[in-house]
Every structure is written in C-alpha cells, then in structure tokens.
Design a protein around this ligand. Structure first.
Ligand code: NAP
Ligand code: ZN
Ligand code: ZN
Length: 349
C-alpha cells in the first residue's frame, strides 16, 4: 500500500485535522498523481456535515484535484510521468451501461463511484479519499489532461465547478441570442458566467451581495441585479431564457420562475439540503416553464471543457489558502464571502 497524508473529518460535523492513511498500489490501469492543488467546493462542507445523506468517515474531502503524474501502471498509454493531470468528482463507473457508453458516467445505471464519500464498487470496494491530500491513485480512464497553457492552481476548480456549469450550458445549447441569468456568484456561479459569456449569451448575475457588482464586468457579465432589492428584481420579470441556479440554500423558486420567459428553463445545479419546492403550479404552467437538474459532466466532456478553457483562456478566480485555514475558508463560504473559489496549496500540508 502507498502511505498518504491528508486532512480528514473523523466523524460528521468534525473539524478537519491531519490524518495518515493508505492508498492502493498502482495497478495496471492506474495513474498516481502528486496533488499540487485542490479546490474547495461547497459540496465538501455539505458532506462533512451530513447535509445530503449519512457520510462515510473518516472523510478526506476534495474533488477538484490537480497535480503531476508520478507513476503509471503497465497498461497505461494515455499518461506518462511528469504529465499534468486532474481528477474531478468521480473515479469509476460500470463502463457498460447505456449512459457510460454515451460518456455520461455521472448517470451510470449502476451508480457512479464518487471521488470521496463513496465506495468504489467497480474497483477495490474500498472508500474513496479525496484531494485534501498529498497523493491519489485513480483509474486512468477517470484522469484528465490539464492543458499546459493554463495556470494549474486556477485550473483545479474546473474539475467540479467548471464542468458542473459547462455541461448543462452545452446540453441545453445555450449560446448567441439567449438571455441567461446566473443565480449566486460563488464557485460554480462565476464559472457559469464565464462559460455563458464565452458561448455568446447575454449574461445577468443575480446576487444577494451588492459588493460583488464591481467584479461583474471583469467576469464578462453584461448585467448585475441585486435580488434583495425589489425595484431591481422587478426589472427582470420575464427576462430570461435560462437561469442557472448555483445556490446551496433554498431560494424562492416561484419568484425565480417568474423571471423566465415563456418556455424558459431553470437549471438547478445547487443542492439545498432541504430540496427544491415550487408552491404555485401556475409558476410553471403559466409559461410552459421547466425546472431541470444536472450533475457534473462525463470524462470526455470534462476534457472537452478543459480544452475549451485553454482555447478561450478561461480559469477560475481563486484565493490560494494554507490547508490549516480550511475552516476559516468554510466560514467565509457560508457567508457568500468568496472571490470566487478557495484553492488549497497542497505544499502547505
Ligand atoms: P459557493 O461558492 O458557496 O456559492 C454559492 C453562492 O450562492 C454564494 O456565493 C452566494 O452568492 C449565493 N447564496 C448563498 N446563500 C444564498 C441564499 N440564502 N440566497 C441566495 N443566494 C445565496 O458554493 P459552490 O461551491 O459554488 O456550490 C454551489 C452549490 O452547488 C452547492 O449546493 C454545491 O453543493 C452544489 N454543487 C452541485 C454540483 C452538481 O453536480 N450539481 C457540483 C458541485 C457543487 P451571492 O453572494 O452572489 O448571492
Ligand atoms: Zn464540487
Ligand atoms: Zn454505467
């Protein structure tokens, strides 16, 4: 076994602390990566706190992993030692079902193996440990190449925040001529803005934080609406073809549906622990509107997204942190005080 070290929660709601653990030896189809940076996703905190379902502990969070390949298995042809590599939210799937065959591994009929807080039932049957650690061993087909032109630390968030927003924008063919609103300007939200702008849409940020307005232009957005200001909010009734909801808390869905045009689509990627609720049927029926959801994209699409980022010079806006400051970062994330993704410098481990 390979000796690894990381930060773990030993039980739900625990404070993360240094923890030594083991990773499997590099098998014929495995790639070992020395982790240089790992992004901090709101999902990490939700899972440490058992907000979604009872978690598997000890839990090493982190699914925005980038670094350098240090070892490859004998059958690996796609990676070599020294390559830049990334691992996102998943590490395995059945590989045989119709969804896997289509490259939609997150929707694997057998249930995808997530990077942490899950058991790799298609692999060695052990719990996965995430990227708040110094090294990871992952099946080669779940590792992606990080283009050399991109700043590697700022690329880490693309592995979850990036692909989770890119994938639905592509699936629903968002582009020129569309008016798109992004609800919540955090890790996912700021990536949704960059992608929607790059795809040619007219983009409005819907935010509860007036202080973030100064950043809107720099991020490429065309408009900024403070949703807590009733006058501003009234101006965008029936304004949008799409809203991408990236908020981790329950919001007033009936109100946000009213901001959509007829046939408008509310794309949910945020995961409020209390679920999604629409109170009035007419919020939907009144304008033939849809509420849809989306998980991270498949592996091929993740590579496509990284290549798109290299082409359009897109990375995340990050604040690098020392791993010992992870809880201070979570506190700020909970307050929406984020510009716009914390990334752990793993050299501080
Ligand atoms: P984040 O960085 O904390 O951003 C969330 C943003 O939502 C905040 O910055 C804030 O922006 C806004 N917000 C927070 N509380 C709000 C409230 N009560 N009302 C309105 N707006 C509020 O979080 P993230 O990492 O981007 O993750 C966002 C959500 O996506 C989380 O639920 C996460 O678990 C989920 N997620 C889902 C997937 C998936 O596969 N679908 C993947 C990754 C993450 P403003 O200051 O602009 O209001
Ligand atoms: Zn995530
Ligand atoms: Zn499958």
């Amino acid at each position: 076994m390979i000796q690894a070290k990381g930060y773990a929660a030993q039980k739900a709601n625990d404070t993360l602390a240094p923890w030594a653990f083991e990773r499997r030896e590099v098998g014929p189809h495995d790639v070992q990566i020395e982790i240089q940076y790992c992004g901090v996703c709101h999902s990490d905190l939700a899972q440490i706190n058992n907000e979604w379902f009872p978690g598997i502990f000890p839990m090493v969070p982190g699914h925005e992993i980038v670094g350098r390949v240090t070892k490859v298995g004998s059958h690996v042809t796609n990676f070599k030692i020294g390559d830049r590599a990334g691992v996102g939210t998943m590490v395995n799937s059945c590989g045989k079902c119709e969804h896997c065959e289509e490259g939609l591994e997150p929707y694997c009929a057998e249930g995808v193996s997530v990077t942490y807080n899950g058991i790799d039932k298609f692999g060695d049957g052990t719990p996965g440990y995430g990227g708040y650690s110094n090294t990871i061993v992952t099946k080669d087909s779940f590792v992606v190449h990080i283009p050399e032109s991109l700043d590697i630390a700022a690329t880490a968030p693309l592995l979850c925040a990036g692909i989770t927003t890119y994938s639905p924008l592509k699936h629903w063919k968002v582009g020129k001529g569309h008016k798109v609103a992004v609800l919540g300007l955090g890790g996912l939200g700021h990536m949704a803005v960059k992608f929607a702008v790059a795809l040619g849409a007219e983009v409005t940020i819907l935010s509860t934080s007036p202080k973030k307005e100064a950043d809107a232009k720099r991020l490429g957005a065309h408009h900024f609406v403070v949703t807590t200001d009733a006058e501003q909010a009234k101006q965008v009734i029936s304004a949008f073809d799409f809203i991408v909801d990236t908020v981790a808390a329950e919001v007033d869905f009936d109100f946000y549906l009213s901001l959509l045009k007829v046939d408008g689509i509310l794309i949910c990627v945020g995961v409020p622990p209390t679920g999604i609720h629409v109170n009035a049927s007419f919020s939907l029926i009144g304008g033939r509107k849809s509420i849809v959801g989306s998980a991270a994209g498949g592996i091929a699409e993740t590579q496509e997204m990284l290549n798109f980022c290299a082409e359009h010079n897109i990375v995340a806006d990050i604040e690098l942190i020392d791993i010992k400051d992870i809880h201070a970062a979570y506190e700020r994330m909970l307050k929406g005080d984020i510009r716009y993704r914390f990334v752990i410098d793993m050299a501080t481990l």
